[in-house]
Ligand binder design. Structure first.
Ligand SMILES: *[C@@H]1O[C@H](CO)[C@@H](O)[C@H](O)[C@H]1NC(C)=O
Ligand SMILES: *[C@@H]1O[C@H](CO)[C@@H](O)[C@H](O)[C@H]1NC(C)=O
Ligand SMILES: *[C@@H]1O[C@H](CO)[C@@H](O)[C@H](O)[C@H]1NC(C)=O
Length: 419
């Protein structure tokens, strides 16, 4: 699962002043976005004499008290790390506001009489963030409520963007009700309230929202879920290559859907490149051994590579062979006189040894993924590949190891046509 936080900057907190002259004090409406801060000012220059000034939440919960004479400030422990109080302006700043902080905030002075200085009606709105999640087709995704403290509620639900209640949880009875169309493919955790959607399909792409209903209705979290396929493998092709005893130059192209990189390999390197298209990225990298092309999206990646040693390994007569899908092809070594060797192998361009023949023991070892579809002739050393598929397109090289390493045949096999 790949997660990015997409905070909507257009929805930053705003303060709406609705000053209603109720005779005693104005009630000021303030809207704050979840996670944001809000500063509450006392809205007056002239305070009558007092010995104590306090800010209350909902008229009962004390947040901060200021003793005038000693200039001491006392914060309620539950607000300790998330409020600032100015002992000069007496304003209160509440930080990292959550839905549960919605309510009335009042500043009161005590002196000869008690005075209500100002009252704010603070509403915490919106989503803290819409969370983007990418899921691979067929995979599961777990959606968490992303908060430790939920407001009191009677009912908690997860809904999709057709406003279907995927799951409803009744707080009192602890009953869980699943929507009929989701019955067999969701898990709901009645302790953490997280929802797991299984076997996701492209049609499941959309918004998923957790809400609670109690005295008021609250959106807890919203996910934007995108269900996408794994990428196909990119294809690296050699346009031309030229090698001498001390250098090798390869002009090649890497393609993946609408992305393409055309470049040159020279002096054991190429300039790394990266191209992107929407959520897809194609990256080119080279080393002494290989040219590597990596195609990825948020849920997967695949690579193709060209083995430089095989391509530039001295023996450069490359033989092109075209094979029809489903057919067999026999690859012969292109020499009558083999110099002495310890072992002989046929390799594909992923550097897998399809077959390895040990001269002394005359043992033949086949690569597991080729076991049932190759024949190796232990007299002529030719290799027969059977039932060829498009994915078998590539370079096949015969190599001997002995006092030195020798390429004894290089085939560029292209599998063509429909099966
Ligand atoms: C690779 O070769 C093609 C023509 O064969 C040429 O147009 C292209 O510029 C070459 N690429 C680079 C990166 O030199
Ligand atoms: C290919 O790219 C993906 C995504 O950037 C990365 O996770 C992966 O390790 C890369 N693979 C290789 C072989 O470089
Ligand atoms: C080749 O393989 C056959 C059958 O596996 C075996 O009988 C024969 O001895 C082998 N020949 C050599 C030269 O290794």
């Amino acid at each position: 699962m790949f997660v990015t936080m997409a905070v909507d900057h257009l929805l930053t907190s705003f303060i709406l002043l609705l000053i209603c002259n109720t005779g005693f004090s104005a009630e000021i409406s303030v809207f704050v976005k979840t996670g944001d801060s809000v500063q509450l000012d006392i809205q007056t220059q002239e305070l009558s004499e007092f010995y104590m000034l306090s800010w209350f939440k909902d008229k009962s919960q004390i947040i901060v008290s200021y003793m005038h004479e000693s200039r001491t400030v006392r914060l309620h422990p539950s607000y300790k790390d998330r409020v600032d109080f100015s002992d000069k302006t007496f304003s209160l700043t509440l930080k990292n506001m959550q839905k549960t902080d919605t309510g009335l905030y009042t500043a009161i002075t005590r002196g000869e009489s008690e005075n209500n200085i100002v009252t704010y009606r603070v509403s915490v709105i919106g989503f803290s963030a819409e969370i983007s999640v990418f899921v691979k087709t067929g995979d599961s995704v777990q959606l968490d409520i992303q908060t430790q403290k939920l407001p009191e509620f009677d009912l908690l639900s997860w809904t999709n963007d057709k406003l279907e209640n995927i799951v409803k949880y009744i707080h009192e009875s602890k009953k869980v009700k699943l929507h009929s169309s989701y019955k067999d493919r969701v898990d709901f955790n009645d302790e953490t309230f997280s929802l797991t959607l299984k076997n996701m399909q492209k049609t499941d792409t959309g918004l998923y929202t957790a809400r609670t209903r109690g005295e008021s209705e609250n959106n807890i979290v919203t996910y934007r879920v995108s269900v996408i396929d794994a990428v196909d493998a990119p294809v690296l092709t050699v346009n031309s290559h030229w090698s001498s005893s001390d250098s090798c130059t390869v002009n090649f192209t890497c393609r993946a859907h609408d992305l393409m990189i055309n470049s040159n390999y020279q002096n054991n390197r190429c300039s790394p490149q990266e191209v992107t298209s929407q959520i897809n990225t194609l990256i080119l990298d080279c080393s002494k051994e290989a040219i590597i092309c990596n195609y990825s999206n948020p849920v997967s990646w695949q690579k193709d590579l060209i083995n430089i040693r095989q391509l530039c390994g001295g023996f450069s007569a490359e033989i092109s062979v075209f094979v029809k899908t489903g057919d067999s092809v026999q690859l012969d070594i292109q020499t009558q006189e083999l110099s002495e060797f310890d072992d002989l192998s046929w390799r594909n361009d992923k550097s897998e040894n399809i077959v390895k023949y040990i001269h002394e023991s005359k043992k033949v070892r086949l690569h597991s993924s080729y076991k049932d579809r190759v024949d190796f002739n232990n007299k002529t050393f030719s290799l027969t590949l059977k039932n060829m598929q498009k994915t078998d397109t590539g370079l096949y090289t015969a190599i001997t190891h002995g006092e030195s390493e020798n390429n004894i045949a290089i085939y560029r096999v292209s599998v063509i046509g429909e099966s």
